[in-house]
Design a protein around this ligand. Structure first.
Ligand code: SF4
Length: 400
């Protein structure tokens, strides 16, 4: 019996070619990417659904932010069976409650084609549990993407998961077929990974994949090849923000990752970690803020305001915490500061810094209202960190 949302999708697809068995199988999988980039659904809601087994076809589709803009993407797996035993994972070997569903490449490609022709999806995120080893599993992922790209002639967004420890040529082929590939490191160090996922090998199986991906891009500069991303499971095994962000910094620098994702740990019943406390969503948020400072604002990881225990404060934006420590007694002169210095001020991003640099060529920025007029949204909040033409600005915006 299908639920209402699944039926709506079914009815839309019935008008075209129907692959009912495959769609039924898809509907049984629900949100298979519970520990993947979260798209438009809060992590807590996704965990709640996994707990209640509220699975339906609609659960396989999420609006994801892609390099081609936000898209409704089919998130699926070649199989929900797995021979590995990651301690947090709903699909781990031996978890009795998990429904095991397996697709052939033809089945998965047909299901995608039907949903895409029905206008329900425009993009594919394809992952898999591991059966008969990573190499055999990745072959199925590649075969599926090959059918979709080369037989169905689909030119839209495809994101492929890279299984741990696959062959170099498989990674290369995956990168030719996809817009994005992900190798989830899960943990920031070998020791943390051993606690999270005892059968995964940090350097040879995971880190090397990300290094190879960058090598493949560098050696084939004229080919259109996928960008790469990774994800960490945050907070289950004592990992600190310093560990996570140090690895993030290395990955941006050396493996040229497009993005690092953080997934606050949430306990899944029937796994060894079922009684561990969930990680607060605010920690995930602060990690994203810090990660963007490293990637887009040229910060060094040492500059982030870590506490003694290696974690960030959760009660304050990391940029503001840094500014409170460094700028209150040494404010930045808006009329003379370099672009990177301006971007250190809370409330001034890349666009704001450019706007300041353009405007000050035309005249003095000596009042907070001048900043407001050129697009700085809350100049009163940054007043304590700056000088305007040599003077500490007065908080007078409400008068204007
Ligand atoms: S390899 Fe680990 S994380 Fe991936 S599906 Fe299997 S148990 Fe889950």
């Amino acid at each position: 019996m299908l639920d209402t949302r699944t039926n709506v999708l079914y009815t839309g697809i019935m008008a075209g070619r129907l692959v009912s068995e495959t769609l039924t199988k898809l509907s049984q999988m629900g949100d298979v990417t519970l520990h993947e980039p979260a798209g438009d659904r809060p992590h807590a809601e996704r965990i709640r659904k996994a707990r209640k087994q509220e699975f339906n076809l609609g659960g396989c589709i999420a609006n994801l932010s892609t390099p081609k803009g936000p898209k409704p993407v089919l998130k699926s797996m070649m199989t929900t069976a797995c021979e590995r035993n990651c301690n947090y994972c709903v699909f781990r070997a031996g978890r009795a409650k998990t429904k095991r569903v397996t697709f052939s490449p033809d089945e998965m490609a047909s299901a995608f084609e039907d949903l895409e022709h029905a206008g329900k999806v425009d993009g594919l995120f394809l992952s898999s549990g591991i059966i008969k080893g990573s190499v055999a599993t990745q072959d199925k992922i590649i075969d599926t993407a090959d059918i979709i790209r080369n037989k169905q002639r689909y030119g839209g967004y495809i994101h492929l998961k890279i299984m741990p420890g696959i062959e170099y040529d498989q990674l290369y082929r995956s990168m030719q077929l996809a817009d994005r590939v992900s190798v989830n490191l899960e943990a920031p160090t070998s020791a943390r990974l051993a606690d999270l996922a005892p059968k995964k090998v940090f350097i040879e199986e995971l880190l090397q994949m990300l290094q190879w991906a960058q090598r493949i891009r560098t050696e084939n500069p004229h080919e259109k090849l996928a960008s790469s991303v990774t994800q960490f499971v945050v907070g289950a095994v004592g990992d600190t923000d310093l560990e996570l962000l140090s690895m993030t910094d290395k990955l941006y620098d050396q493996a040229k990752l497009a993005r690092v994702y953080y997934s606050a740990f949430g306990p899944v019943p029937g796994t060894p970690f079922e009684n561990l406390p969930a990680t607060e969503a605010i920690r995930e948020f602060r990690l994203y803020q810090s990660s963007f400072l490293l990637r887009d604002y040229t910060w060094d990881v040492e500059e982030l305001p870590f506490l003694r225990d290696g974690n960030l404060r959760t009660d304050v934006d990391p940029k503001q915490a840094w500014a409170d420590e460094h700028l209150l007694h040494q404010p930045i002169e808006i009329m003379r500061a370099e672009r990177e210095q301006l971007m250190r001020v809370p409330g001034i991003g890349r666009v704001g810094a450019e706007s300041i640099i353009r405007s000050r060529r035309r005249g003095k920025l000596s009042e907070l209202i001048h900043l407001k007029r050129i697009g700085i949204r809350a100049p009163d909040k940054l007043a304590k960190y700056v000088l305007l033409d040599g003077r500490q600005p007065v908080h007078q915006l409400k008068l204007f």
